[in-house]
Design a protein around this ligand. Structure first.
Ligand code: PMV
Length: 364
């Protein structure tokens, strides 16, 4: 009997035009259009195995048994795949990130893009990238964009939408861009984006103005990418991030994802601009600051941000590829084995021959 198993790799994305808030109808439909860049250098690797011996779905995250809440989110996606494919077995899902999980580094984007592709492939469905994107979007809106490499957009949802998928607007090489991530904490954020945006929709008096303004900012971000204009892109992306956070700050009680270090990093970004370095910040639902700059400025920007007290480390990334099924032959050219260090406890190694993920050791 053929083993129903697949391993995939996917990367987080950073929204340059943010999505924040869902429509109050339909299935997980975003209220505003968004546009993101998928990042190389931060990776989620996921293996899904449908196994007739399992009584329920299992999720191993970074070498550890995941919470019931995380597992039930995964089961929701697996159930859709089972319905569509006729596969009846429960699944073992083994997933690992080489960056902090659930901390505002868009781990849910790479997680559900990797899972949608792995689960549908393991079940024998041959979905198009758009269908994988729609499947991922039903669980995590931002994950729809990580299915695609480079720059990807997702329009807002409307009542008639049964399917809604992201689409690529430009390949990774289109715009020479670096994103320096200033990591401010390794821990998970206190309020998930799902809960945070629901609270904002319900209680923020600024939410209506955000929904009105976001499409205009999205249009400017898209045009700046088409024009390869880093300055226009940076200015519009900063506006999107600050407008999104302003609407959350106006919620009751206020939703504050930032820390003092976040503000100190933002001040450095402005100082960099004052001395002529084109650096522009964006922040998702967490305290980390992601700074866009040109490739020739990446070392200076990383040095300056890394020196801000409270910044734990910096990760320098660039536009990267979309979600893909792991094939040993393809990846073997790059390295003999890839090690994924989970947030706190385990090293998970991806075996390049078999595609299996194995927990190697436990970190103290
Ligand atoms: O995809 P979700 O539901 O985890 O929400 C993501 C929200 C932001 O990252 C803050 C913005 C975005 O467009 O990715």
């Amino acid at each position: 009997m053929k083993i129903k198993q697949a391993t995939t790799l996917a990367h987080p994305n950073i929204a340059l035009a943010k999505y924040w808030g869902k429509r109050d109808y339909g299935h997980n439909l975003p209220a505003v259009p968004s546009l993101s860049v998928t990042l190389a250098g931060m990776t989620t690797a996921t293996t899904v195995t449908f196994d007739p011996d399992l009584k329920q779905d299992q999720l191993l995250l970074g070498g550890q048994q995941a919470s019931a809440q995380a597992t039930s989110r995964v089961t929701g996606l697996l159930d859709r795949v089972r319905t569509q494919s006729g596969v009846t077995e429960k699944a073992r899902v083994v997933s690992a990130n080489d960056f902090p999980t659930a901390a505002g580094l868009a781990s849910s984007a790479s997680a559900f893009a990797a899972l949608a592709l792995a689960a549908s492939t393991a079940a024998g469905l041959h979905l198009s990238p758009e269908e994988v994107s729609n499947l991922a979007r039903l669980t995590s809106v931002s994950a729809a964009r990580s299915v695609f490499g480079g720059f990807a957009e997702l329009r807002a949802g409307w009542p008639k939408d049964e399917k809604l998928s992201a689409q690529q607007v430009a390949v990774p090489e289109h715009l020479p861009l670096r994103i320096v991530v200033a990591v401010v904490t390794e821990g998970p954020k206190a309020v998930s984006s799902t809960d945070g945006m629901a609270h904002t929709v319900k209680t923020s008096s600024y939410y209506a103005s955000w929904v009105e303004r976001a499409p205009g900012i999205f249009g400017r971000v898209k045009r700046a990418i088409a024009d390869k204009d880093l300055e226009a892109l940076g200015v519009a992306a900063e506006e999107s991030a600050f407008a999104m956070h302003a609407t959350s700050l106006a919620a009751t009680p206020a939703l504050i994802y930032w820390t003092g270090t976040t503000l100190d990093v933002l001040a450095e970004v402005r100082r960099l601009r004052a001395v002529g370095i084109g650096a522009y910040a964006t922040i998702d639902a967490g305290p980390h600051v992601k700074v866009m700059c040109a490739p020739e400025d990446e070392i200076e920007v990383a040095k300056v941000l890394g020196a801000v007290p409270g910044v734990l480390r910096t990760i320098v990334t660039r536009p990267g590829p979309g979600a893909r099924v792991f094939t040993a032959a393809e990846e073997r050219n790059q390295t003999d084995s890839m090690t994924y260090e989970s947030i706190s406890t385990a090293y998970v190694t991806l075996d390049l021959d078999s595609g299996d993920l194995e927990t190697q050791s436990v970190k103290s």
